[in-house]
Design a binder for this molecule. Structure first.
Ligand code: ATP
Ligand code: MG
Length: 413
């Protein structure tokens, strides 16, 4: 049987020696190291995590409680047992809040220490098994019939990111669906800002990693409190060049089947990246606002999409709808000769407040008109799943000529 590995952390070397002596005859415990400070303990545990860290509380520079707090983030797999002469309840509570699993008051006997180590290890081992099983299920989920939705707009600022993030959060927060949001606005993507997430690693870092496989991709996901997984855009515009259309194609093919819904926030431009995203998508949601220039460009976009043989994937989303715009949704439908599938009302107050809090409005302002629109959008999407799958089959039935790169395949130049 594998022995329980232990790291001793105490600034006094005599104390470390005596703890080591107390444990030397315990067959199932192995002292794998000893260090004299909190910072050394963190370095040690990050490189070679022991099962149990025996941690002195009173140490100069960084005390045992602060070290325990940091270990909870830097080496969460290790269980900390604090050792101190102080045994008051308030102190104990601080230790537990910091993430310690147990607390032993000095002086203690070898038996007392060994019993605590064995008990903590057994409890945490059981927890690790359950969490490990859950992680395996996440890493290797059954193949899902993914809906891949590309949000696209004909003009910047019409609300692509606002709608993509809120729809994704709405779906994820139900707890029923596995949802991934990919920010494909590679130069100025702001999905992470909308969700108040810090993009430590982005899609650009991922592409620098050699082969792009799902096992690798998932370590680049950020997790939102709703359960939504996010693949963030590069943190600086110049890093966008590190991500090619081929990378995006590969990422989409790897994540397909791992989520119920994969939502892509595209840049408002027909470029190689948005085209591969359209190819991979089961649906293209064209976001419009009620103004003449947007409608003119929408008409042109629909023509291009037709040339790409993707018309059956298109759904029109009318955003910032309002009676005060001098036109109504019927005018939009007539001028584009296409039905509006989703309509979101203009709701500046709720949206600006939500954006400034970094909370999607469906969570911060669930009663707003815009949230009501997103909920309708989500339920329509869920109930239409079967229909969309059929469209995809029909699309595949087309004899599409061998794809030329970019828009050349529409215009043949
Ligand atoms: N329904 C709405 N009501 C009121 N304001 C809205 C609505 N939808 C979006 N907005 C506001 O419009 C602005 C632009 O939205 P957003 O950033 O989502 O657009 P975008 O199409 O993603 O822009 P970009 O082209 O820069 O990526 C934001 O300030 C947002 O709050
Ligand atoms: Mg945007």
């Amino acid at each position: 049987m594998k022995r329980i590995s232990v790291l001793i952390v105490d600034d006094i070397s005599d104390t470390r020696d005596s703890i080591r002596r107390l444990l030397q005859f315990e067959d199932d415990i192995e002292v794998m190291g000893e260090v004299g400070s909190g910072s050394e303990a963190i370095l040690f545990a990050e490189r070679n995590p022991p099962d149990i860290i025996l941690m002195d509380v009173n140490m100069p520079e960084m005390d045992g409680i602060r070290t325990t707090e940091l270990l909870a983030q830097r080496a969460p797999e290790c269980s900390v047992v604090l050792m101190s002469v102080q045994g008051e309840p308030a102190y104990l509570r601080r230790a537990m809040m910091a993430g310690a699993r147990e607390y032993i008051v000095k002086p203690f006997t070898g038996d007392e220490l060994a019993t605590i180590i064995a008990k903590v290890h057994e409890m945490d081992q059981r927890k690790r098994e359950v969490v490990g099983k859950q992680i395996n299920e996440i890493n290797d989920p059954k193949k899902l019939d993914s809906q891949i939705i590309s949000f696209f707009s004909t003009k910047g600022g019409v609300g692509n990111t606002t709608l993509a993030t809120n729809l994704a959060v709405q779906l994820a927060s139900s707890g029923k669906w596995r949802v991934l949001l990919i920010d494909l606005n590679l130069q100025f993507g702001d999905v992470a800002v909308f969700l108040n997430l810090i993009p430590k690693r982005s899609i650009a870092d991922l592409t620098q990693n050699g082969t792009i496989k799902y096992s690798e991709i998932q370590s680049y996901f950020l997790t939102h409190s709703s359960g939504l997984q996010v693949l963030a855009a590069p943190t600086r515009p110049e890093y966008a060049e590190l991500v090619t259309a081929e990378h995006v194609e590969q990422i989409l093919s790897e994540v397909k089947g791992k989520f119920d819904f994969i939502i892509c926030d595209n840049v408002s431009r027909f470029d190689d990246v948005s085209l591969v995203s359209f190819d991979a998508s089961t649906q293209i949601w064209l976001v419009l606002a009620m103004d003449v220039p947007t409608l003119k460009n929408a008409k042109l976009s629909l023509e291009v999409i037709e040339g790409l043989h993707h018309t059956s994937k298109v759904q029109v989303v009318l955003n910032r709808s309002s009676k005060e715009m001098g036109m109504d949704p019927q005018d939009v439908e007539k001028s584009l000769n296409i039905k509006i599938s989703h309509e979101i009302m203009s709701d500046g107050r709720a949206l600006v407040a939500a954006l400034n809090q970094g909370v999607p409005f469906v969570l911060s302002h669930p009663l707003s008109k815009a949230s009501e629109g997103i909920r309708k959008m989500a339920s329509k999407l869920i109930s239409s799943q079967g229909v969309e799958a059929k469209n995809e089959v029909e699309e595949q039935g087309h004899t599409i000529p061998k794809p030329l790169k970019g828009l050349r395949r529409v215009f043949g130049f």
